[in-house]
Write a protein that binds this ligand. Structure first.
Ligand code: ASP
Ligand code: MG
Length: 402
């Protein structure tokens, strides 16, 4: 068997934890398996690198940021190889150059395009444990790139797909994927399994367990994932294809406080307006989420939508700059809002799920600002101050509590 095992920053934060990870990998190796390990930078080292950079230059060139970032992962793979050697097992660390992991050119947010497997297979044939840097790649200019914060998960899945691994295990500091963030919902329980699509919605919605691109990639290549803790032996959560998972009506509830709302009031009610508005935002790479358009009245209409809170200022600036071309009356923005979502593959075949969510919020006297749905998800926008109460009530109402 060939196994890919990925360990996050907290799992390799210090000497004891590095040896703990080394031992877990060696256990696998001693069973006769080929073991490929993907690591993140130790602890909060990536954040430390960011503050070091900012201290020198508040707006550092992205290329140089990536150059800097890559040392974090390089440090952890080298130390891990040393730990395994110390334990008497041959191991070799490889960075993105040595493996050759090609990405698109976008510094700070690159996508993996191709991974050469030759070097890794050669090392495995020599019965070494191969330890690969997560998060990094190289682009067509032979510069280092990174895959976005949390990107080591994606490196692991991509490697598992390229090497046709038998399993891909993502080790983290939680026991698996929960029905809700246990810090917000004390009664949340661990899921035994979940579909790629549900996981995708939950990770995009801020459940924060997996990098969402890693789930996209796992789905595309059919790589089953196991999410489990590096600190204990519990079995974790299996993320896999729809057909193999017992469909839950609702598998999880997610809360995202990083959304802000913009309303454009008094737009002309004519064809092409929505296109013009969202086109000028798309051109500046602003991601728009929940969109609501009012019915036209007296020749005008309103459009509201949400953006990431980091993008709100730029969004308002772009719209103001285009005010005369778009022809609207005024803008309103609201920052104290939260996005609450329920996700479940079972919704496809069960009516009434959304109604139950709305009823629960009504019983709590919580007002809904905006609603958006997909086949397996219902999202509502509510006041930030209602968010804790709302997520707990909805989590209870769908019987998810332990
Ligand atoms: N070290 C990187 C980060 O902190 C990548 C990762 O941990 O996955 O974002
Ligand atoms: Mg992570």
């Amino acid at each position: 068997m060939l196994v890919v095992k990925k360990f996050g920053g907290t799992s390799v934060a210090n000497k004891e934890r590095i040896f703990n990870v080394a031992e877990r990998c060696i256990e696998d190796y001693r069973k006769g398996n080929d073991v490929v390990v993907v690591l993140s930078a130790m602890g909060k080292y990536t954040d430390e690198l960011i503050s070091m950079a900012q201290d020198i230059n508040p707006r550092p060139p992205k290329r140089e940021m990536d150059m800097l970032f890559t040392i974090g992962e390089q440090m952890s793979v080298a130390l891990m190889a040393m730990a395994m050697n110390q334990l008497g097992v041959p191991a070799v660390s490889l960075n993105a150059f040595q493996v050759t992991m090609r990405t698109t050119s976008a510094y700070g947010n690159a996508r993996l395009k191709r991974i050469d497997t030759e070097r890794i297979f050669t090392e495995l044939e020599c019965r070494k444990i191969v330890i690969v840097t997560g998060f990094q790649g190289i682009n067509k200019y032979d510069d280092y790139t990174t895959l976005g914060r949390g990107g080591s998960d994606t490196t692991a899945v991509a490697l598992a797909a390229a090497l046709r691994a038998d399993s891909c295990e993502i080790y983290t500091d939680v026991d698996g994927v929960y029905t809700a963030d246990p810090r917000l919902v004390p009664t949340a329980k661990k899921l035994k399994e979940i579909t790629y699509d549900e996981m995708l919605d939950l990770s995009t919605l801020g459940a924060g367990v997996l990098h969402n691109r890693s789930v996209e990639m796992a789905k595309k290549y059919g790589v089953p994932l196991v999410v489990r803790s590096s600190m204990n032996r519990k079995s974790g959560t299996l993320v896999k294809e729809d057909a193999k998972v017992e469909r839950m009506l609702v598998s999880g509830v997610a809360l995202d406080r990083n959304a802000d709302r913009v309303a454009i009031i008094g737009l002309k009610d004519e064809p092409g307006i929505a296109f013009k508005v969202f086109d000028c935002l798309a051109k500046k790479n602003i991601n728009v989420d929940v969109i609501l358009q009012s019915i036209g009245r007296g020749g005008t209409k309103d459009i509201s939508f949400t953006v990431d809170d980091g993008d709100i200022q730029e969004t308002v600036e772009i719209l103001e700059a285009n005010k005369s071309r778009l022809g609207f009356e005024r803008l309103e923005s609201e920052t104290k809002i939260a996005k609450l979502s329920i996700v479940g593959a079972g919704m496809i075949s069960h009516p009434g799920v959304a109604a139950k969510m709305f009823e629960t919020l009504y019983n709590e006297n919580i007002n809904i600002n905006m609603i958006s749905t997909s086949e397996i998800r219902v999202t509502v926008l509510i006041k930030s101050s209602d968010a804790d109460r709302a997520i707990n009530a909805v989590h209870d109402a769908f019987g998810l509590a332990e």
